[in-house]
Design a protein around this ligand. Structure first.
Ligand code: LLP
Length: 430
């Protein structure tokens, strides 16, 4: 008798056990590993679309027009961008490369905002020629360079000033961006002067203000603090003659990795829109730039256990995915749940799940209680964001394959990288 699907894993829609077999939508993780090999990133189309839909829903029904701009850096696979473009999403990019991906996936440059603290003149030119809607500017010198590049291109660049509101988002120091000691944004006490100065630059037009305070943020309070400071600046800028058409609230909404309970897009956006309205800005255009909360819980990394190894100090499960495939655990000490593709009965041991890379920092999870045998396939949950996007070729390891599951269908959206591809552009000496 077929067992009924159990409820999805907490925070992971469309990823669930059917009896003892893990499924991504209707396809078993074991079958995926057998067909595509390991390590492989697997994404649920339904989960991506559900998360994107939640933002669309949160944006509807408010008098404030909300422009949704997916942060490409979280997961830049063309098929993922294509799904979001088809749903009407625009994009937040941080490089010319990301712009080219958006265009290749069918996105419209007119719905693209160009963020980032270190844009090159070449990337600015590419973006101007493509016709992006806005450059989020982070320093006076960057604004000056953009003015010059726009002059050369014979265009006017629309800009927003990204300000640093100096609020503590309460997240990991590496992914906090809105503190005054961070490299990001324009200091509050310099922002109004820069807005005034921008009017003297003939090839830029100030249209917006932006802030982004960090990533994996689990509460609304720091956003409200940041918004209040941003709105104070808008008022000060407008007293001096600027006209701010849009307010970019950034991204950063957290997801559930283990036991976090972040707000939903609705719970996040509603109080921010209410604050805007309460302060008389309810009819300005708002932009949001979420990345992780769209794709994070829609993806898993499948990996196979190569060896079980016990020392007097520890039990290790050596798996075929390493820090080059998924760097979040070792880089941020991030905890991601690891579950078996097939649950087995037996005695659980506490394992460190480690990769094949020659570094002690090469671990995916520590101290996890699992019943394991060599050859077992494991799924590292919540790997859809900043997983493949941050993967590298360290130790001459080809990056994993990427597969999108859609109901009972699977699409290979990026084959596993071959070693020949890794050195194809290298040259031997004569
Ligand atoms: N907008 C800007 C200007 C950003 O810098 C970021 C992320 C986002 C939007 C999207 O934030 P999200 O909604 O994804 O939190 N690699 C790290 C995360 C780095 C985030 C950098 N900026 C991690 O794996 O946790």
């Amino acid at each position: 008798m077929k067992t009924l699907a159990q409820p999805t894993l907490p925070g992971h829609p469309h990823i669930a056990y059917d009896g003892d077999s893990l499924r991504i939508e209707q396809v078993s993780a074991s079958a995926l590993a057998a067909s595509f090999g390991t390590p492989t990133y697997v994404y649920s189309r339904a989960a991506i679309e559900q998360a994107a839909q939640q933002y669309l829903h949160a944006a509807q029904g408010s008098p404030t027009p909300v422009a949704l701009r997916y942060a490409v850096k979280a997961n830049s696979n063309l098929a993922v961008l294509q799904l979001l473009a088809r749903m009407g999403w625009g994009f937040d990019i941080v490089s010319g490369g990301e712009l080219q991906r958006v265009l290749a996936a069918g996105g419209a440059a007119g719905n693209v905002v160009f963020s980032g603290v270190g844009k090159t003149a070449a990337d600015m030119r590419l973006a101007l020629d493509a016709g992006v809607e806005c450059f989020n500017i982070e320093s006076p010198n960057e604004l000056a360079v953009l003015d010059r590049v726009a002059q050369q291109a014979g265009r006017i660049a629309r800009v927003a000033l990204r300000v640093n509101p100096d609020v503590d988002a309460g997240t990991h120091p590496y992914i906090s961006t809105g503190l005054k000691t961070n490299k990001f944004g324009i200091a509050q006490d310099q922002a109004v002067d820069l807005a005034v100065h921008s009017a003297l630059l003939p090839h830029v037009r100030l249209v917006g203000i932006a802030s982004h305070i960090g990533s994996q943020i689990a509460s609304v309070a720091p956003y409200l603090d940041a918004l209040d400071r941003v709105l104070d600046l808008v008022q000060a800028m407008e007293r001096k003659g600027a006209q701010i058409e849009h307010i970019d609230l950034g991204g950063g909404l957290g997801i559930r990795y283990t036991d976090e309970t972040p707000p939903t897009p609705q719970e996040w956006l509603a109080p921010l829109l209410a604050r805007l309205a309460a302060r008389g800005f309810g009819h300005r255009r708002v932009m949001v730039e979420p990345g992780r909360s769209i794709v994070g819980n829609a993806g898993v990394l499948l990996t196979q256990t190569l060896f079980l190894k016990s020392t007097p100090a520890k039990h290790f499960a050596v798996v075929d995915a390493g820090m080059n495939d998924l760097i979040r655990p070792t880089l941020y000490e991030a905890e991601q749940a690891v579950v078996p593709a097939e649950r087995r009965r037996g005695m659980a041991l506490r394992y460190d799940i480690v990769g094949p890379v020659c570094e002690s920092g090469d671990w995916l999870a520590r101290d996890r209680s699992l019943v394991l045998a060599e050859g077992d396939v494991l799924a590292v949950l919540s790997s859809g964001a900043y997983g493949m996007a941050m993967a590298s070729n360290y130790n001459s390891r080809g990056r994993p394959a990427e597969v999108l599951v859609d109901g009972d269908k699977t699409h290979l959206i990026r084959p596993r990288e071959t070693v020949e591809q890794l050195y194809a552009s290298e040259r031997l000496l004569p």
